[in-house]
Design a protein around this ligand. Structure first.
Ligand code: MG
Length: 401
């Protein structure tokens, strides 16, 4: 029973997703063939039912000025307003910070230095809320200045630019010294501003850049950095220079002499990029073939678990599917043998006995058509021909024109 249950579990989400468009696909154990087959740059077929379902994340809620929102279920909470246990002073080792907690926010104590997370991380979706002092004092870079240092190296500027011009590449949500924000979407000082940041660190291999890294920022829901390619870490007054980054670093918040407050800080780790071994997207031929081999192997491993004395199709379907990802002589022979067995068993049936199997027979025939279309089996593959003959004899294709 267990293998069967496993197969059902895999199919249930598909039934939900695709039930309107292709009920036969979801309601049976037929091969999951639908769109274009895998090719030399894509390990998965188009609309591939074997591709893993996205992980479920329970979304959080949006913040109001009075109340911070709830983070999504897979977020790593760095600061929830209650304690600074995940933070330390940005000096020495294990030094307590002098920043304070007030009204559910952490507040920079001028002169106390940067604060940093004890945890180190790299690529992330980062959520930070901050508020400049309500009373606007000084101007330009002197008003409500702080900063969010990704990996401690790239500053996304925090500054009260509400009716306060400054040099554009030092504006709030600029990539400091590299790129001004697209727009100024700030609220008045004293109000909480929300930064949602997507950060991809630069990746180097053998001293050469393979991905410059990118920053995307939304300020209060408004896009201000649009996948901006980094030029290395940021600094003050000096031109940034691209160069290798570590894999991880602490998140740092800047003490720039203003009592800026922060609340509701969390991040979500991002999956690796293709250059780091991800197999989603347009891959090199080598990576594609390696992944296809892996998918085929897992299907061949799964196939015997679907063995069912009453119905050969579930197990046979898995073997057939495996050929789509990898042409394997042994698996091909299994399909030859099982499909011959299947068609032989059908030939012994009367019209009445065949009738309830109509959908399945046509489904398997369609699967062999798919395999033939992508040259995985020849057009005259015996089971394909035999199934078509049964379908023609029963007149099951008449409505298909
Ligand atoms: Mg700053």
């Amino acid at each position: 029973m267990l293998p069967r249950m496993k197969s059902l579990r895999i199919f249930l989400p598909l039934a939900v997703t695709f039930s309107l468009s292709i009920p036969a696909f979801a309601a049976s154990n037929l091969p999951r063939f639908y769109g274009d087959a895998p090719d030399e740059h894509h390990p998965w077929a188009i609309h591939d039912g074997n591709r893993p379902q996205p992980a479920v994340v329970t979304p959080g809620s949006f913040s109001t000025q009075d109340q911070p929102g709830k983070p999504p279920s897979d977020a790593k909470i760095l600061f929830d307003g209650s304690s600074l246990t995940k933070w330390e002073a940005d000096e020495g080792v294990n030094q307590a910070t002098k920043w304070i907690i007030k009204d559910g926010a952490m507040e920079c104590v001028p002169g106390s230095g940067f604060i940093r997370t004890k945890e180190q991380f790299g690529d992330c979706q980062l959520h930070v809320e901050w508020a400049a002092p309500t009373k606007a004092e000084e101007d330009s870079q002197g008003r409500g200045n702080s900063g969010i240092f990704l990996m401690g190296l790239v500053e996304i500027q925090v500054l009260d630019n509400y009716n306060n011009p400054t040099y554009p590449d030092g504006f709030a949500s600029s990539v400091y010294g590299q790129n001004p924000p697209l727009v100024n979407a700030l609220r008045a000082p004293g109000e909480y501003q929300t930064y949602d940041i997507v950060f991809r660190r630069p990746i180097y291999k053998d001293g050469k850049v393979v991905d410059p890294g990118y920053v995307t920022v939304f300020v209060n829901g408004v896009l201000t950095q649009d996948h901006f390619p980094l030029e290395g870490g940021t600094g003050h007054m000096g031109r940034s220079h691209p160069g290798p980054f570590p894999e991880k670093g602490p998140l740092k918040l800047q003490d720039h002499g203003n009592p800026v407050r922060y609340r509701n800080i969390w991040y979500r780790e991002l999956p690796p990029r293709i250059v780091e071994g991800s197999t989603d997207g347009y891959l090199s031929t080598e990576a594609t073939m390696a992944k296809r081999k892996q998918i085929a192997a897992s299907l061949r491993e799964d196939a015997p678990k679907l063995k069912n004395d009453q119905d050969i199709v579930p197990e046979m379907s898995r073997w057939m599917e495996s050929l789509v990802y990898e042409k394997d002589a042994a698996a091909y022979q299994v399909v030859e043998k099982m499909s011959a067995q299947y068609t032989d068993s059908l030939k012994a049936l009367s019209k009445e006995q065949l009738a309830p199997k109509k959908d399945q027979i046509r489904g398997v025939r369609d699967a062999f058509r798919f395999l033939a279309k992508f040259k995985i089996v020849p057009q005259d593959f015996p089971a394909k021909v035999a199934l078509q003959k049964i379908i023609d004899e029963q007149g099951w294709d008449k409505k298909r024109k």
